[in-house]
Design a protein around this ligand. Structure first.
Ligand code: ADP
Ligand code: MG
Length: 284
C-alpha cells in the first residue's frame, strides 16, 4: 500500500462550534492506483490531504506512507509524497525555473540530481521558464504547482481539486498528464467534486461527506451501482413462463410481482416493456 490511514479524526472550532472534518476516516490507497476522493464542498477532502502534507495536525489516528509512520518520520514521509494544493499559492515575483530550483533546495535535492528543465518541459512550461509567475495564466500556474510537486521525484502524487475552475481544454490536458504520471509508475490520489472527473481518471473512488466515508469501491462497481435501475411489474397472472430475454435482467418473481434490474446505459424501460408485450405477458 502507498498510503494507509486508520481512524483519522480531526475537528475544528468555528465560532465556538465544533466541526468534525474527519470522523474515524480509514482508507488504504493501493500502490500504482489512481485513487479519487469524491465529495461535496466541506466533505473533509482537503483536511485529509493537508494532514498528509503535514500542514494540519490530526487529533487522532495513524498514517503509514509506504509503511513508514507519518507521526514518527514526517520528513521521510514528505519525501515520498508530492502535494499539489487546491489554492494557487505561487510567489508572483519568482520565475518557474527559480521556484523549482528553490523547491529542490528545500527538499535537499543535490544540484547534479535536479531535472528542473525536464520537469518544465513535461508540464508544458518550457517557454515560460524565465517569466515571472504573476504573468502566467491560471492553467499555467496549476501546471507550475504540479511541477513543484515533482522536483523531489516522489512515488506518490496527491492533487487537491486539480481542475477546479479550469477550462475544458486545459482539463483534458491535465487529465492526460495525470494519466501519464500514473503510467510512469506514480501512485495518484486526487480529490474532486466532479463525478465525471473521478469517472474518467480513477480506478478506485471513495465517496465522502461530512468527514465520513459513504462508499469506497472500484470505479466499475460504483458506476454500475449508479447506472443500475430496478423496476417491478405487477402481472395479471402468476404462472407466466419467463422468456429467455428477460433472464438477462436478473428477474425475481414473487406471486404476481416481477422485479427486474437493468443498466440504464444499455437499456431503456420501454425495451423491457416491449419484450413483455411481445411475449404476451400482461401487467398493470
Ligand atoms: P473539502 O476539501 O472536502 O471541501 P475541507 O476539508 O476543506 O472540505 O473542510 C471540511 C470541514 O472542515 C468544513 O466544514 C470546513 O469548513 C472545516 N474546516 C476546514 N479547515 C478549517 C479551518 N482551518 N478552520 C475551521 N474550519 C475548517
Ligand atoms: Mg477542498
Amino acid at each position: 500500500m502507498s498510503i494507509q490511514a486508520k481512524n483519522i479524526n480531526k475537528s475544528f472550532n468555528k465560532n465556538d462550534v465544533k466541526i468534525d472534518a474527519l470522523l474515524d476516516f480509514t482508507v488504504d490507497i493501493p500502490q500504482g492506483s489512481v485513487f479519487g476522493l469524491l465529495g461535496p464542498n466541506g466533505a473533509g477532502k482537503s483536511t485529509f490531504i493537508n494532514i498528509l502534507a503535514g500542514l494540519v495536525k490530526k487529533d487522532s489516528g495513524k498514517i503509514l506512507v509506504e509503511g513508514i509512520d507519518h507521526d514518527k518520520e514526517l520528513k521521510l514521509c514528505k519525501r515520498k509524497v508530492g502535494i499539489v494544493p487546491q489554492e494557487l499559492n505561487i510567489d508572483p515575483f519568482f520565475t518557474p525555473y527559480q521556484l523549482l530550483e528553490l523547491q529542490a533546495g528545500l527538499y535537499g535535492v543535490q544540484k547534479k540530481d535536479r531535472i528542473t528543465k525536464e520537469i518544465l518541459k513535461r508540464v508544458g512550461l518550457k517557454d515560460q521558464k524565465n517569466s515571472y509567475a504573476r504573468t502566467l495564466s491560471g492553467g499555467m500556474r496549476r501546471r507550475l504547482l504540479i511541477a513543484k510537486a515533482l522536483v523531489h521525484n516522489p512515488n506518490i502524487i496527491i492533487l487537491d481539486e486539480p481542475t477546479a475552475g479550469v477550462d475544458v481544454e486545459l482539463r483534458q490536458n491535465l487529465w492526460s498528464y495525470i494519466r501519464e504520471l500514473n503510467q510512469m509508475g506514480k501512485t495518484i490520489c486526487l480529490t474532486t467534486h466532479y463525478l465525471e472527473e473521478a469517472e474518467k481518471l480513477c480506478d478506485q473512488i471513495l465517496i465522502m461527506n461530512k468527514g465520513k466515508i459513504i462508499l469506497n469501491e472500484k470505479k466499475d462497481k460504483i458506476l454500475k451501482m449508479i447506472s443500475l435501475k430496478k423496476v417491478t411489474f405487477i402481472l395479471d397472472q402468476k404462472n407466466y413462463i419467463l422468456p429467455e430475454k428477460i433472464k438477462a435482467f436478473n428477474p425475481t418473481v414473487n406471486k404476481n410481482s416481477l422485479k427486474l434490474e437493468y443498466d440504464k446505459n444499455n437499456y431503456q424501460l420501454k425495451d423491457i416493456i416491449e419484450i413483455l408485450r411481445l411475449n404476451n405477458i400482461e401487467f398493470s
